[in-house]
Design a protein around this ligand. Structure first.
Ligand code: NAD
Length: 292
């Protein structure tokens, strides 16, 4: 397949490399002039997109996606697929898709989970919104870049699924860390706490798979001095997107809001910048009941 790939950062570069390794003809463009093995370099986004069957974007946010889409959509041929894998706000995803569809393209929003390791190993999960025809055309590419692709409905629904999932994850991680800090102060051994909760009704991915307590449960960023993993500032980005969507859809999400506020504080005025999102545990350990 002839593929354009725009945005060759931490995620985009290994994803593009995997498509090229699988034998696709990939032309890439990044504003920072990044080069990737096996990927032909274009001088502009428009050049990377022109004449391609699928154009993939992996960009930082919705505003950048909108401006790149405005440049490349007119250069793409009818029937081609615009496949955005960035994490962006639902409104931008739907606006870009509407514009692309109006010009005879298939548009998919397909944010990912799995992080940089998943991008490198080709084991990402894609949450996909958009039309079925586009989904079927992109399916072989999802199979190369990832291990699973779930079609969640029309345009924007991939982003909706991603931010709902990460709102649950953020709130669950916070309460798991709070509970460990409380257990410490009650004299409960962390291993005993893990053994009980991981097999009881308080269990979750945050406890069972990504335990925030060092030396307890499977190996996680807690065992590597909270080096990310999934960085707290990326969690904050997703929690902010969830709150934007909640405001836009008039949904009441008090725990999602509290999680956003805590991660904002952690990243912007405490020690959270550059740390894994599970580093909330040492934060709570250092605080008392009436800390503000
Ligand atoms: P990144 O900052 O490493 O890469 C983004 C790239 O886009 C950069 O190389 C930048 O130069 C390029 N870019 C910016 N503006 C551009 C433009 N106008 N034209 C062309 N290129 C442009 O970010 P990343 O970690 O690769 O993340 C990409 C997306 O994936 C984000 O939306 C992020 O939220 C999402 N995501 C990241 C992770 C992760 O673990 N890093 C996990 C899941 C989802």
């Amino acid at each position: 397949m002839k593929i354009g790939f725009i945005g060759l950062g931490n995620m985009g570069a290994p994803m593009a490399a995997n498509l090229a390794k699988a034998g696709h003809a990939v032309t890439g463009y990044d504003a920072a002039r990044v080069t990737v093995d096996g990927v032909e370099q274009a001088a502009t986004a428009e050049e990377a997109a022109r004449g391609k069957e699928v154009v993939i974007t992996m960009l930082p946010n919705g505003d950048i996606l909108r401006s790149v889409a405005a440049e490349i959509v007119p250069a793409m041929e009818r029937g081609a697929v615009l496949l955005d894998c960035s994490t962006v706000d639902v409104d931008s995803a739907r606006a870009v898709a509407a514009d692309a569809q109006a010009r005879g393209l298939s548009a998919l929003d397909a944010p990912v989970s799995g992080g940089v390791g998943g991008a490198r190993d080709g084991t990402l999960t894609f949450m996909v919104g958009g039309d079925e025809v586009g989904f079927q055309k992109a399916k072989p590419l999802f199979d190369i870049m990832g291990k699973k692709a779930v079609h969640c409905g029309p345009a924007g629904n991939g982003q909706a699924a991603k931010i709902c999932n990460n709102m649950i994850l953020g709130a669950t991680m916070i309460v798991t860390c709070e509970a460990f800090a409380l257990a410490d102060k009650l004299g409960l051994d962390r291993q005993a706490m893990f053994d009980v909760v991981s097999t009881s009704s308080g269990s979750s991915w945050s406890m069972n798979t990504y335990c925030p307590a060092p030396g307890v449960g499977p190996t996680s960023p807690a065992d590597n001095d909270y080096q990310p993993g999934f960085a707290a500032d990326l969690m904050l980005k997703d929690l902010r997107l969830a709150q934007e969507a909640a405001a836009s859809a008039d949904a009441d999400t008090p725990l999602g809001r509290a999680a956003r506020d805590l991660y904002a504080r952690f990243v912007e005025s405490e020690e959270g910048q550059g740390k894994d999102f599970s580093a909330m545990l040492p934060r709570f350990e250092a605080r008392g009941h009436s800390s503000d």
